[in-house]
Ligand binder design. Structure first.
Ligand code: CP
Length: 315
């Protein structure tokens, strides 16, 4: 059986995306809160290894694991044997040899997840990879939108901001297109993707036109940690030209606002809009836990029946 890695959304069909979302919705109660699903995962153990900062993804994987009865250990790169020259490959083999069932892995380098997966015997779950992929973010966004709208076919979503450096944009455009969403992009020309990337996805020049067109405004911050150029707009300039403000939304009472976080409040979005009735930003976070419960469950390799040791005593 191939190792059930989750490396990106490109590996998922529309049917598989919908199945993960349906399972995630099964973990949500009528009142919108998250339910526990204990005793379904046979004492599994996972490692959380984050080589880039995170609040939402790391904590929600941990929360998802707790709700499934899965125990978590945290690998902290600083102070690990990587500092003595050990390779990432060998670190992963070491984690595997300890009997962990999966590794949730975030890293700034594009391609490193695929590279490790080529030799890993345990599933690698991509928790964010450079500017290339953030599959669980796209899945939780789809889950949030499906809860709100049901079928997403024909829904108009405009992604606004620093598209070029955004792994969220890449994974979301892929998932949205598979779910038949109409996607467009808006942002400073120097932060738009290279010509040819996102073929067939139109660019909208001004935020006011984008608001007019869209059912959903999906905002992204400028990814300062990945910027190599110096001609980006200042925060004031960005805010003047591309920020979602209460004023700009005056005529669009039924629009939906999304943002993957972290938010640079007062730059790409007015602080007052974060808790606006039109905002799904905190609902996205709740879906993050439910979706990651579904993702963890699909990632575990079935265990062979073991007749040695304690397992035999329980037969
Ligand atoms: N959206 C997201 O990945 O947030 P964190 O960086 O806080 O995990």
């Amino acid at each position: 059986m191939p190792v059930p890695h989750l490396l990106d959304t490109y590996q998922l069909s529309a049917h598989q995306i919908e199945a993960i979302v349906a399972e995630a919705h099964g973990y949500l109660r009528q009142d919108g809160s998250i339910a526990d699903a204990v005793n379904t995962t046979e004492n599994r153990r996972i490692v959380l290894a984050f080589f880039e900062s995170s609040t939402r993804t790391r904590l929600s994987f941990e929360a998802a694991a707790q709700r499934l009865g899965v125990s978590t250990s945290t690998f902290v790169p600083a102070g690990s044997s990587l500092e003595k020259g050990e390779s990432l490959q060998e670190t992963l083999k070491t984690i595997q040899a300890m009997g962990f069932d999966a590794i949730v892995f975030r890293h700034a380098t594009n391609g490193v997840h695929h590279e490790l997966a080529a030799t890993s015997g345990i599933p690698i779950i991509n928790a964010g990879e450079g500017s290339r992929a953030h599959p669980t973010q796209a899945l939780l966004d789809a889950s949030t939108l499906i809860e709100r709208f049901g079928n997403l076919s024909g829904l108009k979503v405009c992604l606004v901001g620093d598209i070029q450096h955004s792994r969220v944009a890449r994974s979301n455009v892929d998932v949205f297109k598979k779910l038949d969403v109409e996607v467009s992009l808006c942002g400073p020309p120097q932060l738009m993707p290279e010509l040819g990337e996102f073929d067939g996805v139109p660019h909208i020049a001004s935020i006011d036109e984008a608001i007019e067109w869209a059912d959903v405004m999906y905002l992204l911050r400028i990814q300062h940690e990945r910027l190599e150029r110096h001609d980006i707009p200042t925060a004031d300039e960005y805010k003047r030209r591309y920020a979602l403000t209460s004023d700009r939304l005056r005529s669009k009472r039924d629009i939906v606002i999304m943002h993957p976080g972290p938010v640079n409040s007062g730059v790409e979005i007015d602080t007052s809009l974060l808790n606006d009735v039109r905002s799904l930003i905190h609902r996205q976070v709740t879906h993050g836990v439910a979706v990651r419960m579904a993702v963890l469950k699909r990632s575990f390799i079935p265990r062979p029946l073991n007749l040695k040791g304690n397992d035999a005593a329980s037969l």
